[in-house]
Design a protein around this ligand. Structure first.
Ligand SMILES: [Zn+2]
Length: 572
């Protein structure tokens, strides 16, 4: 392909709305162009890479035995009402009406559509296991689209759904997809790590997210260098052996007036003590009943862990009136001591077990209690302690005891066991060998295809631009034709282009009448893995210059034009 025959528009300036390198480079290298906030057009270079990623995904899905289908973007509300998600998906789902006033969603995901599809086509256990997938555009009404393709309103997803006769089969389907994902990301040149994640409503079931580690990532990951434990911050656990009791035994607690001080920081400043000397007490409402949660003053409650510990279906922070009715005080003065409502359940983080000498709210506006021994002075019993806080750097790994570090990640895929949540709602059944009706066991598996494109850039770039892995580069080789008007030089470039294409390599020939400096800058910005320079001067001195994008100029090889194909192939 000749540069002048395709559509490449590189920009010198970063787009004004770009906060992270990959977003800047996507636009500057002419891969995409913004249409509106969170909506992008893919230009020819971006389209080539997007198609290559899709092809890798498709090949690995097919290799894993999954079958490709495609389902409508426009999904009837009846399917979403079957699972109740028409009402619970919230404002992130685009809802539209047709001219007959029928409700539709622009699919943000497709569990309902695929479950209904499987129900329609599967009748016997002989047809199972079955995994079907599609590569389809998805929609999400982001309040604040940002980071380019990372958080956009429209994105390309590969979503797969597995259907099995029993839990063992579902487990096999899960790991089958897990390993396919490892192959997909590795073939894309990405270092993506599987990270344990919370199974949500699915109880303790297994789920993994695949993350590309990058400082620009939106998600926090707890990481143990010691044993390789990796979990997202919702799920991450820590070893909490309880607090060391202060010696000698604390004196009896006493009441202190803390007028006007509402937050831990304000009370800590008022009493001139560090936040960790305090117990932070928050009131939640779990399944309609108030619950008080106590954590160290410098830590945050992990809502997911709390919900799981309480076995609650719904969980939210309590409003002012509920806090007052339950404790007798307003938020800011509440604590795990005698509450106004004697039936109030009180739970605490495991690290507070045995804690002494703490300051807690007095359940009396404007007052705190100091020198509190939690076992002696509060309503907390042995069974009320659990790991309830968000893990932070320096916490102890639950498996090997080494300190946890926090890394940032970009989620590019997820594998998830669904059980019978959807198949149950749809009565997606099959007949077993005794002709009994049984419910299919499901799993779902997503790869963010457009997001993967950007994650590759985020993980593989330098100050000059993108450094594409060869498998997903828009073109694997750029031939810099320095003297396009010189017929003999142009012939060298043409012959090399033809020879490389015959060898199955994607080549672009930069035949623009531009200065070499401009051409080299563009080549580095777009990030073609191998650059070949063909110029009259170089040819007179022995040949063409070949180097990898990732290499320094000093690594440039000068080879005879006839030998260039072999050199390029070895570098790819
Ligand atoms: Zn560990």
């Amino acid at each position: 392909m000749k540069w002048t025959k395709t559509l490449v528009q590189t920009l010198r300036e970063d787009p004004g709305d770009a906060e992270i390198d990959s977003h800047k480079l996507l636009v500057r290298a002419g891969l995409v162009r913004k249409v509106a906030g969170g909506l992008y057009a893919y230009l020819p270079l971006g389209m080539r890479t997007l198609r290559k990623i899709q092809q890798i995904v498709r090949e690995e899905m097919d290799r894993a035995g999954a079958l490709e289908v495609v389902t409508p973007v426009l999904q009837p509300s009846e399917l979403w009402r079957t699972t109740g998600r028409w009402d619970t998906m919230g404002p992130n789902m685009f809802k539209v009406k047709d001219r007959g006033e029928h409700d539709f969603a622009l699919g943000p995901t497709a569990e309902e559509v695929f479950t209904d599809l499987a129900k329609g086509v599967v009748s016997s256990y002989r047809q199972l296991p079955l995994t079907i997938y599609q590569i389809q555009w998805k929609f999400r009404d982001e309040t604040r689209p940002r980071f380019g393709l990372m958080r956009s309103k429209e994105f390309l997803m590969k979503d797969a759904y597995s259907f099995d006769v029993d839990a063992e089969g579902a487990d096999r389907s899960y790991w089958n997809m897990y390993h396919a994902y490892e192959r997909i990301f590795s073939r894309c040149g990405l270092k993506a790590v599987p990270v344990q994640a919370d199974g949500g409503d699915m109880g303790d079931s297994l789920t993994h997210e695949f993350h590309v580690l990058a400082d620009a990532g939106e998600d926090g990951i707890a990481w143990c260098e010691g044993c390789g434990y990796a979990a997202n911050l919702e799920k991450a656990e820590r070893r909490a052996d309880g607090a060391a009791a202060c010696a000698p035994q604390c004196a009896a607690f006493s009441e202190v007036a803390t007028p006007g001080a509402k937050t831990i920081e304000q009370v800590a400043a008022f009493m001139n003590l560090p936040p960790e000397a305090f117990v932070k007490s928050l009131v939640y409402v779990a399944d309609g009943r108030p619950v008080m949660v106590c954590v160290p003053g410098d830590r945050d409650v992990n809502d997911v862990k709390l919900k799981r510990f309480l076995g609650a279906k719904t969980l939210a922070l309590a409003d002012f009136d509920t806090v007052l009715a339950a404790t007798g005080a307003n938020a800011g003065s509440v604590g795990p001591v005698k509450p106004a409502d004697a039936s109030l359940r009180i739970v605490a983080d495991a690290s507070l077990k045995g804690a002494t000498g703490r300051i807690v709210g007095a359940n009396k506006d404007g007052f705190h209690l100091r020198d509190v021994d939690l076992a002696r002075d509060t309503f907390l019993k042995d069974g009320d302690f659990a790991d309830l806080i968000v893990v932070k750097e320096g916490d102890t790994c639950p498996h090997c005891g080494k300190p946890i570090v926090i890394k940032r990640g970009i989620e590019v895929g997820q594998v998830f066991k669904l059980g019978t949540k959807y198949s149950g709602a749809f009565k997606a059944n099959y007949k077993n060998d005794r002709l009994e009706e049984k419910t299919m066991i499901m799993g779902c598996y997503g790869v963010g295809v457009s997001r993967t494109l950007q994650a590759i850039i985020e993980q593989s770039h330098d100050a000059n631009g993108i450094v594409w892995p060869a498998a997903v580069a828009p073109y694997q080789v750029v031939i810099e034709l320095l003297d396009p008007a010189d017929a003999s030089v142009a012939k060298v470039a043409d012959d090399l282009e033809a020879a490389l294409e015959a060898a199955g390599v994607d080549v672009i020939v930069d035949d623009r009448a531009e200065r070499p400096g401009v051409k080299f800058k563009d080549a580095d910005l777009i990030g073609f893995p191998v650059r070949v320079v063909a110029g009259a001067k170089g040819l007179a001195n022995g040949g063409v210059e070949v180097k990898r994008r990732s290499e320094d100029k000093s690594m440039t090889r000068v080879v005879a034009p006839e030998a260039a194909v072999e050199t390029v192939m070895s570098l790819l």
